[in-house]
Design a protein around this ligand. Structure first.
Ligand SMILES: [Zn+2]
Length: 137
């Protein structure tokens, strides 16, 4: 939904961006996981996927994000029925061996630093008073 090129962003800026989106997303309800794609192809480039605990929260987030702008471009947001991101993620990319590169049709996930991820999960857990399931990736 956010159309930008994560490839060209240095790690510090990426962490800041990740944190911004995450904090914004958490306002609508507990977020189980969030991924940002760094594919180059149009249908995945800069896509951000949010997985909410509750369907209603996802609906609220969608309606809100659709009224927002990012980097001088309108956000486009929709609901998806991918129940488990792990099925849509390119495993080879994680290993650095994907021969399709940025044109791959599976999600090439760009991850923030571990510190940011843990900080965000902790602050969210505190906020919602529930235990987040730590993703195994
Ligand atoms: Zn791939």
């Amino acid at each position: 939904m956010v159309n930008f090129s994560p490839e060209g962003i240095d790690p510090q800026d990426f962490d800041a961006l990740y944190e911004d989106i995450y904090m914004e997303a958490c306002r609508f309800g507990p977020v189980r996981s969030m991924v940002i794609c760094e594919n180059r192809n149009d249908h995945l480039k800069g896509n951000v996927y949010l997985y909410y605990e509750r369907e209603q929260d996802a609906e609220d987030a969608k309606n809100n994000f659709n009224t927002r702008w990012f980097d001088e471009r309108p956000l486009y947001c929709d609901l998806t029925h991918v129940a488990d991101f792990r099925e849509a993620v390119c495993r080879k990319h994680d290993l650095g061996t994907c021969e399709r590169g940025g044109d791959c049709n599976f999600m090439h996930v760009r991850r923030p630093s571990t510190k940011i991820r843990i900080d965000l999960e902790k602050s969210q857990a505190k906020h919602w008073q529930f235990e987040t399931k730590r993703s195994k990736s």
